[in-house]
Ligand binder design. Sequence first.
Ligand code: AGP
Length: 607
Amino acid sequence: MCGIMGYVGPRQAAPLLLDGLQRLEYRGYDSAGVAVANGPISVRKAEGKIDRLAALLQKEMIEGSVGIGHTRWATHGAPSDRNAHPHADSSGKFVVVHNGIIENFAQLRSELGSKGHEFTSDTDTEILAHLIARRYDGDLVSAVRSAVASAEGAYALAAISEHEPDKIVAVRRISPLVVGLGDGETFLASDILAVLHHTRDFLIVEDDEMVVVTEDGATIESISGSEIDRPVMHVDWDIEQAEKSGFDHFMLKEIHEQPSVISETIAGRLDNHNHVRLEGVNLDSTFADELNQICITACGTAYHAGLVGREIFSRLLRIPTSVEYAHEMRYAEPLIASGSLTLAISQSGETADTLAAARLARSQGSRLLALTNVVGSTLSREADDVLYTRAGPEMSVASTKAYMAMLIGQYLLALHIGSAKGVLEEELVERIMRGLHALPADIETIIENDEEIVTAARSIASAEDLYFIGRGLDYAVAMEGSLKLKEISYLHSEAMPAGELKHGTLALITEGTPVIVVITQQSVYEKTISAIQEVKARGGRVIAVAYQDDPIIYELADTVLGIPRSDDLFGPVAAVVPLQLLAYHVARLRGHDIDQPRNLAKSVTVE
Ligand code: AGP
């Protein structure tokens, strides 16, 4: 995820900016840069590690005591020197860094292009520098306000200008921004951690607010111009806590980020006319008409996301869809018909097995579409089409927000293919759009009310064996819930379709055996209830993940982890969240290393 750093004060800005950016490194980035005003503005930027930027600065330091810096995690345009931030307008007098996404970037770029503006990068950020320059009429604050009024999306930006070299003007629209108040100097950052060693006094910039930073402090106002009196927040976290934004573990932080990850993954891709626009995916109607088979390949959590995809594509598009473990597929003899699409799913885009299976499918004539979180990853470079998930860097080995973004990506793909193929009724498209837009709030509700989950975690923390069951989409979620628990709690658990229980595993259910049942699918509701009855009859203890307004489940189950009622197509998306939290709390109770579980690596780049 990108990082912003700014400084105004008596000291040299460049070394301070560099230091702040280094402290944001843990968030992941692909390039970095700084801009410092001293009369004219000087910019230094480089693809790759911050060391490269540091070397550039060492060769030729830039003097000046007002500056902005950035670590970039690519969304628009590949990681490269030219796409690294800061970006300037054509005159070089207005310079900007920016986190997040400008949704109407293509439209703004063509409007500016038609007025003679020329661009030197592929980024949405550069548009902002040009817009600000165009709107400048002697007042940087008004120019930024006017530019922001035209730029839709979820972002944060910081701008400096040669005309007013005593200040930084910044705006927050969803992406975080804080001001650090020093003694005769002021810092701006996207993360408290970047400046915590300079000050413990902060002003938190809220959504749709502007801040003007000078060496005397900062003034905050709303985007519309009304003054805001923000109290100073004194922070007493230690550095380690600050890295995790105050959460005890990255995994918990990433679970909490899921509502905004959903919004980011959707941002700019759905319009008000029920159209989906997926930059990087070009499955036109000629291809879609011929498309007769989808094969999803992935490993681990990405494979479980694929299980959800299989249901979505088969149900919505009526296209036969299979999902294969990549490590199996690469040594099998997959039957790849012409007119097939292989969807390779990988958070990292570097998983060796997934790459091998994807290459095999492509060599046999399948079109390859990558669903990945990392711009420029090997998978993204080798695929015919790429859909990026925009979950931001995931630090915890146990994947949560990346899984969530993979699910959302597949709903978007179903809309894209369905519309190219012309098989989705308007009503169904509207239903999917509604479902997607409702998810962030539903997940927020689950995360905020986790008392029942903590109690359930206590009740299973010393269990020997656990079972997860569900049907259809709920089965996919059961698989993911079981994997999360295994990875970080080291408890033995198994997941299976609810109907499979009676074909053998039921022999293992005795007095008190915990069975976690996911039950959101109304079409198989009665069938799952029968499985619950089978478990109860053997003395098993049922923990159900179910809609919170379902009285039958509250009657039957020993514990219910309730989720807000939703469309059945989306119930399983929200249902995974209590299971992620359950795994987290069990691991915590058992005293394990949650973010770095034993024997596991974040990215499995060997076979
Ligand atoms: C998930 O919690 C695991 N860390 C693991 O199963 C992971 O999903 C798998 O190794 C695939 O990784 P990828 O998405 O980077 O390809």
